[in-house]
Design a protein around this ligand. Structure first.
Ligand code: IPE
Ligand code: IPE
Ligand code: MG
Length: 249
């Protein structure tokens, strides 16, 4: 089966795409706007990207919206980002739910304002039976923080040492039950992980583009997916073609 909008066979599509939505601030500064205008434009773009993800038939999307390190930004910007999260839930929830999007949150919810916590929990509850797209929103998320809390819970549960395995650790992460990301897209050209899905990304493919997040459009998304479809994922093994050609066996 081929996805009509894509010309990529379904089995070559990533099951799980994760995105580091970076470059909102620079997008705004370039236009002489305040940084928060960049975050607003980024939010508009997110709506389009979610819609394209559903259309492309991708089952899991994870978006990095606020990191545990982003608290270090000026208070007005932090407050603005919190307000944007609230506004997005207020304005978009019904529509997202109608489109079959299941919302999940990854990160430390308990460190957010109580009003935001209850909005997030309501959104998760309302959409929990939707199954077209699972959308993980990484808000107040940090990969190291996630691993630290997993270790704490493993110890608290008294898990015997012999039972601590890759699979067990994965089950203690915020992403329990979600397949690892196949493709991670980072906009704005930075060549770093910035504490995103550091455990889950062990064998993810990366697509990094200089485009700032508000300008990352459907065409470029399609290009990222096509690039992914042509990658040779070896997972530490040897590509079958190389085996055939190169060996004397
Ligand atoms: C990404 O855009 C959004 C968040 C981190 C919340 P930035 O705000 O990091 O934009 P730049 O990197 O400063 O341009
Ligand atoms: C990563 O972007 C976090 C999010 C996109 C939410 P940052 O802009 O915070 O990352 P650094 O500071 O460039 O590493
Ligand atoms: Mg940035």
């Amino acid at each position: 089966m081929t996805i009509p909008a894509l010309a990529i066979p379904a089995e070559k599509l990533p099951r799980h795409v994760a995105m580091i939505m970076d470059g909102n601030g620079r997008w705004a500064i370039q236009r002489g706007y305040p940084r928060l205008a960049g975050h607003k434009a980024g939010t508009e773009n997110l709506r389009r990207v979610i819609r394209s993800t559903v259309e492309f038939g991708i089952k899991y999307l994870t978006i990095y919206a606020f990191s545990t390190e982003n608290w270090g930004r000026p208070p007005e910007e932090v407050m603005g980002l919190m307000r944007i999260l609230e506004d997005v839930i207020d304005r978009e929830l019904a529509e997202l739910s109608k489109e079959g999007v299941q919302l999940r949150h990854i990160g430390r919810l308990e460190r957010l304002a109580p009003k935001i916590q209850s909005k997030v929990l309501q959104a998760v509850e309302l959409t929990k039976h939707n199954d077209r797209l699972v959308l993980n929103v990484a808000f107040n998320y940090g990969g190291r923080d996630e691993i630290v809390q997993a270790i704490q819970r493993i110890i608290k549960d008294g898990v015997p040492i012999s039972e601590v395995s890759d699979q067990l650790v994965s089950r203690y992460l915020y992403t329990a039950g979600v397949p690892d990301p196949d493709l991670i897209i980072r906009t704005s050209g930075e060549l770093r992980v910035s504490n995103f899905l550091i455990w889950q990304a062990a064998y993810a493919e990366w697509y990094i583009t200089p485009t700032f997040w508000p300008d990352f459009d459907k065409e470029e998304y399609r290009h990222a997916l096509e690039t992914f479809a042509n990658r040779d994922r070896r997972f530490g093994g040897v590509a079958p073609v190389a085996l055939g050609k190169g060996s004397n066996a």
